[in-house]
Design a protein around this ligand. Structure first.
Ligand code: I3P
Length: 104
């Protein structure tokens, strides 16, 4: 699965509060147990290289109910203690992302 997602870092590796918690717009590609998050629309050039890929083994993905500033958000907690909020463009894609990320 792939598609545009907004992302906000919440916690860094080890559970430290992320130093920059700004929302950014990305293009995400899920391949098996890895979510690659690209700065540009596609992954066709080296200039669109991903920030470090997110490894999903043991990750917990939940639709977000506490965060009310944006709609269609889900929270992703990784085994390494890092945590992100993601925002999908539609309720349908939110649903699809959560299902896919939970089955990884
Ligand atoms: C953050 C930025 C985010 C905001 C976050 C700020 O500042 O304004 O939009 O999150 O609030 O820290 P910076 O760009 O300097 O990192 P929200 O949009 O969710 O409010 P936070 O500290 O409550 O996470």
């Amino acid at each position: 699965m792939e598609g545009p997602l907004e992302r906000k870092p919440v916690l860094h590796v080890g559970g430290r509060k992320a130093s920059s918690r700004t929302w950014g717009t990305f293009y995400a590609v899920l391949v098996r147990r890895t979510l690659c998050v690209y700065h540009e629309h596609k992954y066709s050039t080296k200039s669109s290289a991903s920030a470090s890929p997110l490894h999903l083994t043991g990750a917990v993905c939940t639709p977000e109910s506490d965060y009310t500033k944006k709609d269609n958000c889900f929270r992703l907690r990784l085994m390494d203690g890092s945590e992100y909020l993601f925002r999908a463009p539609t309720p349908e894609s939110l649903h699809q992302w959560v299902i896919k990320l939970r089955h990884n």
